[in-house]
Design a protein around this ligand. Structure first.
Ligand SMILES: [Fe+2]
Length: 255
């Protein structure tokens, strides 16, 4: 049995000033909460930690090359790097292997300068983890194209990847969700899901983005964990058994 702990949408700010616009997102409490989360992990003893993006809450204007205040854009990027470094040091401090991807509120360049990338498949605890740094269309719908689609196709069809896989990305494949006037699933979600079902290699798709969270059980689990930044600070645990069963349980730091 392999155990994964998954959390997502932390929206942390510490070196970056201010907090997320949505007051439910407790950006400035996240460093303290991570310390409490570490104690939860000691009880669960996971083999792998997965964080599926929106690690930070960097203002949209900074992501687009500007600044919302007196600080320059470059100063904001340095603060974002310091926040990513805070999170990286927390991961390293757990001594648990981890997988982390950026979300749409993370600056990809700052993320890559701290965590490295673009990502390659990595084998941990008998599973092959594929990470996808996808993008949004002008209509804010997730897209998988170019090199990310090529990586997905290789995962599905290359003999070298004929092994149990976990796919980690910020955006969701299933179920389709339309909220806040935008689609949360990929434009090609049906096609991606059908390819996965046909190939039979993917044990779980771990994502975030839609803060209330979603879950589809089955031989391929589609799990969008609820947002860690909001009370009661939820996270998910997956026990993957060798007979193909996956048991999913919900937990929270506050519980
Ligand atoms: Fe988010």
């Amino acid at each position: 049995m392999t155990r994964i702990v998954h959390f997502t949408d932390m929206h942390l700010r510490w070196h970056q000033s201010g907090s997320a616009i949505d007051p439910l997102r407790l950006s400035r409490e996240m460093p303290t909460l991570l310390d409490r989360f570490s104690k939860c992990l000691e009880n669960h003893n996971p083999d792998v930690l997965v964080m599926s993006g929106d690690v930070l809450d960097t203002p949209g204007i900074v992501l687009r090359g500007g600044s919302p205040d007196h600080k320059t854009h470059d100063e904001w990027i340095e603060d974002a790097k310091a926040d990513f470094t805070l999170v990286k040091e927390w991961f390293e401090g757990t001594s648990i292997p981890y997988v982390v991807v950026p979300g749409n509120n993370d600056h990809e360049g700052a993320f890559a300068s701290v965590f490295g990338g673009p990502p390659e498949p990595v084998d941990i605890a008998g599973l092959r983890f594929f990470c996808f740094w996808d993008e949004l269309s002008d209509e804010q719908q997730p897209l998988r194209n170019g090199q990310r689609k090529a990586l997905f196709d290789a995962a599905m069809t290359d003999n070298a990847h004929n092994c149990p896989q976990i796919h980690v990305h910020h955006y969701m494949i299933a179920p389709p969700i339309f909220a806040k006037n935008k689609h949360y699933q990929y434009l090609t979600a049906d096609e991606l899901r059908a390819d996965m079902e046909r190939g039979g290699r993917v044990r779980a798709v771990l994502s975030g983005h839609y803060h209330p969270g979603t879950l589809i059980s089955g031989s391929t689990v589609h799990s969008g964990a609820p947002a860690f930044c909001e009370i009661p600070h939820p996270y998910r645990l997956y026990d993957l058994f060798e007979d193909g069963r996956t048991v999913v349980t919900d937990h929270s730091v506050e519980a």
